[in-house]
Design a protein around this ligand. Structure first.
Ligand SMILES: [Zn+2]
Length: 225
């Protein structure tokens, strides 16, 4: 379940050690206004960078990697992605102390970026039953018309429930991706979002006719003493 609090949406799935939020327009254009995060150069690919040292975190905060996902098991490093219709997803295993974040537009989602992230968690020692995931605000089926070609590729990857004639449901496609990894439905949070329709809260690339502003989503593992 999502709660709207201090200009952002927060998922009730996560415990207090997973500091996180899905930002809204209330921050203005987050890309211009917020800087103290590791913020990758998003390429609509499936590269996920593992930040395994504070040195690397420092390097990436000054010189961001080309990636659409970040994962770390080090506390106090804030991982972020920027979106304006694409799907931001936050991942946490508080048993192992691992967090991650991905950005998935139609390309990354179709290339199963959320499944790739779960496999990274598993390779770092997570059990799939311990991983919790929140799928953040993205463009809804109502407003996301794509080409015949893309719609049929979505149908063959995720099934007919993600396609409504030429419109696709990015958030549901990621949900299906996550279920395929063995994640429990009760460990996946979803909301009734459409960044295009809900113009008072979100920037939307489609609606705005380009990038006027973007929302930040972020996650940080709290240091446990
Ligand atoms: Zn809509």
């Amino acid at each position: 379940m999502y709660k709207f609090e201090q200009y952002q949406f927060k998922s009730s799935l996560f415990d207090q050690n997973t500091i996180h939020g899905f930002g809204t327009k209330a921050y203005g254009d987050a890309k211009k206004n917020l800087r103290s995060f590791i913020q990758p150069y998003q390429t609509h690919g499936t590269t996920i960078e593992h930040i395994n040292s504070t040195g690397l975190a420092k390097e990436y905060s000054q010189s961001p990697p080309n990636a659409d996902g970040l994962i770390t098991n080090i506390p106090n490093i804030t991982l972020s992605v920027m979106t304006a219709d694409c799907v931001p997803i936050i991942y946490s295993d508080s048993t192992k102390g691992i967090i991650g974040i991905t950005h998935g537009g139609w390309k990354g989602t179709l290339s199963n970026i959320s499944e790739i992230m779960i496999s990274k968690f598993i390779s770092l020692g997570s059990k799939v039953g311990d991983i919790k995931v929140a799928i953040g605000p993205a463009i809804g089926t109502c407003c996301y018309e794509v080409s015949d070609n893309i719609a049929s590729r979505y149908k063959s990857n995720f099934g007919s429930s993600v396609v409504d004639s030429f419109k696709i449901n990015l958030m549901r496609a990621n949900y299906i991706s996550l279920l395929r990894t063995g994640l429990l439905p009760s460990n996946i949070d979803r909301g009734f979002f459409c960044t295009s329709c809900q113009s008072n809260k979100f920037w939307s690339y489609r609606r705005d006719g380009g990038i006027i502003g973007e929302m930040i989503s972020y996650v940080k593992l709290k240091f446990m003493s």
